[in-house]
Design a protein around this ligand. Structure first.
Ligand SMILES: Cc1cc2nc3c(=O)[nH]c(=O)nc-3n(C[C@H](O)[C@H](O)[C@H](O)COP(=O)(O)O)c2cc1C
Length: 366
């Protein structure tokens, strides 16, 4: 039935020939036989999250999961930040670890290509482009989710990136739709146009649409309903591409189910709220059965070692360095830890950074 509804929409928004190809492809889905499914060798990734996946949080994740069996996305950086801070990239994005993907946002093809090239030259092995952020600030800059309305612009960016000789993988993170551009055919056409003869072969899809007017970014992560079946359908309809599914995924069982269909699963808030879940994933999903026992205390001490060096160098504020630790403990211990951090932060003029964290650690065993 949606085919009938969407025909009018398509006539308005898509080139007719593209639409017909897309509809044919969709109609053929039920009979299509898929090749045997092969998830990525590192199938779980931590989502890009502004003010969460900064270099320090990523360092915490490396302490929790040193075997690097997962992928971590940095928070989004505007391309101008990458270009202007080329000499301090490590401070901005963290070290170019093999399992770190830098997410960038922007709209100008030349600066997007220049920033990607800088990241490649600095040793980063993959770059992701944000086409899913609905914030009004990002919209005002004409990047993020609003770019889903102009696939030709995204294509231009991608073509520039490959024209200047970038060879590392470039991926896109998008939504299943944006505003009234939310039919499955539109999504297909979008994917077609951004992957056909461009470097993009892997797409991360947040399985809900974005409403650019009237919903805040937080509401845009809750209110539009999740529709995993659309991402599954993409996987069927574009068997030559790789897909990672994202949105509301929280348990090992859910991840297992998704990996029967798609190549990767991306977790955002779950890891923000419970970073130690990466340890569970290592053991229960990713085959690290020999991993030595890891306690929250050991993680905090190891992180403290890293963070106090930065703090001693005067490199970073206490609050930025402490932020990654907030959710390390769960339940009552978590409450005690956070409460003591807050109390100790108020006394930061008399307490050292180490005393603030060690005092909070002590409060978890009282
Ligand atoms: C605090 C916060 C910041 C976010 N910042 C970004 C961002 O920089 N880039 C991006 O593509 N998505 C961003 N997102 C969206 C997440 O990457 C993810 O798509 C979304 O949270 C849905 O996944 P989840 O249900 O597993 O959290 C952010 C989400 C949160 C909670």
């Amino acid at each position: 039935m949606w085919l009938l509804h969407s025909t009018t929409f398509l006539n308005h928004h898509l080139k007719k020939s593209h639409a017909i190809t897309c509809i044919r492809r969709i109609q053929s889905v039920p009979n299509q036989t898929l090749e045997p499914h092969q998830p990525f060798s590192k199938p779980v990734s931590v989502a890009p999250m502004v003010d969460v996946t900064d270099p320090h949080f990523l360092q915490l994740l490396r302490i929790i999961s040193p075997s690097k069996k997962n992928i971590s996305y940095t928070q989004m950086y505007h391309v101008n930040a990458i270009i202007n801070r080329e000499k301090q990239l490590e401070r901005l994005c963290g070290p170019p670890e093999e399992n770190t993907v830098v997410q960038i946002g922007g709209t100008d093809p030349e600066t997007m290509a220049q920033a990607t090239n800088i990241l490649q030259a600095s040793g980063f092995s993959e770059v992701n482009i944000n086409i899913g952020c609905p914030s009004s600030r990002v919209q005002a800059g004409s990047f993020g989710a609003v770019l889903m309305k102009t696939p030709e612009k995204v294509r231009e960016i991608l073509t520039h990136i490959s024209d200047i000789g970038v060879t590392i993988p470039v991926t896109v993170k998008c939504r299943i739709g944006v505003d009234e551009y939310d039919s499955y055919e539109y999504l297909c056409d979008f994917i077609n146009s951004i992957t056909n003869q461009t470097p993009v072969q892997h797409i991360i899809v947040h399985a809900r649409k974005a409403w650019l007017k009237g919903l805040s970014p937080e509401e845009n992560r809750k209110i539009p309903p999740l529709d995993y079946s659309r991402v599954y359908k993409l996987r069927h309809d574009f068997p030559h591409l790789k897909f990672t599914i994202n949105g509301g995924i929280e348990t090992v069982d859910q991840i297992r189910e998704h990996l029967k269909v798609v190549h990767g699963v991306m977790l955002g808030r779950k890891i923000r709220e419970h970073p130690m879940f990466l340890d569970t994933l290592d053991r229960e999903l990713l085959g690290d059965t020999q991993k030595a026992e890891l306690t929250e205390e050991a993680v905090v001490l190891s992180y403290l070692d890293y963070a106090s060096k930065l703090h001693e160098r005067g490199d970073m504020s206490i609050s930025v360095l402490i932020r990654p630790l907030y959710n390390i403990f769960k339940g009552g211990r978590g409450k005690a830890f956070r409460r003591t951090i807050q109390t100790n932060l108020a006394k930061r003029d008399t307490l050292t950074f180490q005393e603030i964290v060690l005092g909070a650690l002590e409060s978890t065993v009282r």
